[in-house]
Design a protein around this ligand. Structure first.
Ligand SMILES: Cc1cc2nc3c(=O)[nH]c(=O)nc-3n(C[C@H](O)[C@H](O)[C@H](O)COP(=O)(O)OP(=O)(O)OC[C@H]3O[C@@H](n4cnc5c(N)ncnc54)[C@H](O)[C@@H]3O)c2cc1C
Length: 427
């Protein structure tokens, strides 16, 4: 791949989630040249892994589809997938970005017919479903994936499975000779839209995520409720496949805690309120959801959603920070222990399933950053230098609406840098 695809008039957007797609599109639609680099095989980021959006409860497909249509119709954006930005150096108008391009082993001739997948027998954990199920080692990341192009897992390259995938492809799209590449790009401005990752729930020892099958995370619950998820959309206990009708949602799992994440992840309360509605949708009046919380943070228009959920007879609220969880060996129930801070009563309450509303932490950690990027105490980007701007959840834990607004603002500032650089070069 040639590095000459970029110049000092190019804006590099790092991360192809909803924020990166937005930033790239806003700049491209103003006539700027943009490179959108995404480290995974497909655009969409974590938004593509949600089942529904609060507060409207619509599917993420709608927002993503609109952006994908805009992207496909715009020649100013060059999308690089499997392209991880590992370092950036330089100053405003003159940055050098280092990108590691991982081999997909499938070229642009792919028609997404799926023949390679049928020919392969090896299976790998499915990252789209947070490893809750397995998928073939020749795969399309998910139905909405862009580009619609299969990927071969490196573990089957050099094996009979790799050869079988190649032999099955009628259009010659499987290329087992692809190699990892490092490229450098010269760009004038950078938008960091590297997003977030869920806090590692195993670190919250008293909740036993790594010991008890029926303790799962909120991101895993999103996948479980999705018809394209590991259980086909059925809410089932991982330990025994029993229908989980009595579900506990535990707030601040890792957030607002000096031992874990000191910040409030802001959207977890809304995510749990939304997820109670998945339980209601699945089991009707037989559903029982309980939210264990310190305080519910639902501001502005989200407050109406909170009020609506409060009126739902299947949803209960316990004001308490859960102290510990144990799983009953015989019944498989998870038993939550703590003190209800409204009545100051101790409780030991069994549920079918416990869902930890895990905090959101920045995923920028580990990238070699220029010195003028300042991170806040949680690792989100506070200020990003004169020609670099942060967007969406690289800036803070944000919902999609706020992430998109923030990305639009970052894009505008990147455009200003490019315009000023063009002016300087012309003078
Ligand atoms: C349980 C849960 C439920 C939620 N439900 C809702 C909801 O219903 N409604 C709502 O509005 N919000 C919801 N959210 C929040 C929503 O997920 C975020 O607002 C959204 O994902 C932000 O998008 P983003 O593009 O900023 O980040 P991300 O989605 O994290 O995208 C960042 C992208 O950058 C890529 N990347 C990272 N580092 C690099 C690198 N070095 N090089 C190249 N690429 C890189 C990543 O692979 C990723 O694709 C929920 C969050 C949680 C935890």
């Amino acid at each position: 791949m040639s590095a000459s695809i970029a110049t000092s008039q190019t804006i590099l957007v790092v991360g192809g989630g909803i924020s990166g797609m937005t930033a790239a599109l806003e700049a491209a639609e103003c006539g700027k040249q943009v490179i959108l680099a995404e480290k995974l095989p497909t655009l969409g980021g974590r938004t593509a892994q949600l089942y529904r959006y609060f507060p409207k409860m619509c599917h993420p497909t709608c927002g993503l589809e609109i952006n994908l249509r805009r992207l496909k119709g715009n020649r100013n954006v060059r999308v690089l997938t499997m392209a991880e930005v590992s370092a950036i150096s330089g100053t405003r108008g003159d940055y050098t970005a280092t990108l590691k391009i991982a081999p997909r082993y499938v070229n642009e001739k792919c028609t997404a017919c799926g023949d390679c997948s049928k020919a392969v027998s090896a299976e790998i954990p499915n990252p789209y479903n947070y490893g809750l199920d397995k998928m073939k080692a020749a795969y399309l990341p998910h139905g909405m994936a862009y580009p619609q192009r299969y990927v071969l897992d490196p573990s089957i390259v050099g094996t009979p499975d790799g050869e079988a995938a190649k032999a099955a492809c009628k259009v010659g799209a499987v290329d087992l000779g692809m190699q990892e590449e490092m490229i450098e790009l010269k760009v004038g401005a950078v938008v960091w839209a590297t997003g977030w990752k869920p806090y590692d729930a195993a670190k919250i020892q008293p909740y036993g995520y790594d010991r008890f099958a029926n303790v799962i995370t909120s991101v895993e619950f999103e996948r479980m409720c999705d018809p394209h998820g590991p259980t086909g959309g059925r809410i089932l206990r991982p330990s025994d496949g029993k229908e989980a009708k009595n579900v506990a949602f535990i707030q601040c799992a890792g957030s607002r805690d000096e031992n874990h994440l000191r910040h409030c992840s802001r959207i977890c309360c809304m995510a749990s309120l939304k997820q109670t509605q998945y339980v209601r949708e699945a089991w009707g009046d037989d559903a029982k959801s309980t939210i264990y919380y310190i305080d519910i943070r639902a501001i502005d228009r989200f407050e109406d959603f909170y009020r609506k959920v409060q009126q739902d007879a299947t949803v209960g609220f316990v004001k308490s920070k859960v102290a510990k969880i144990v799983q009953d060996e015989k019944t498989g129930d998870v038993v939550l222990h703590g003190v209800d801070t409204e009545g100051y009563n101790r409780y030991a309450t069994p549920h079918d399933l416990a869902v930890l509303a895990v905090g959101m932490e920045p995923s920028i950690k580990g990238i070699k950053l220029p010195e003028d990027i300042v991170l806040d105490s949680s690792g989100f980007i506070e200020t990003a230098g004169e020609g670099m701007f942060s967007a969406g959840c690289a800036t803070n834990a944000l919902d999609v609406n706020r992430a998109v607004q923030n990305a639009t603002a970052a894009s505008l500032r990147a455009i200003q840098v490019i315009n000023k650089t063009a002016g300087t070069e012309a003078a």
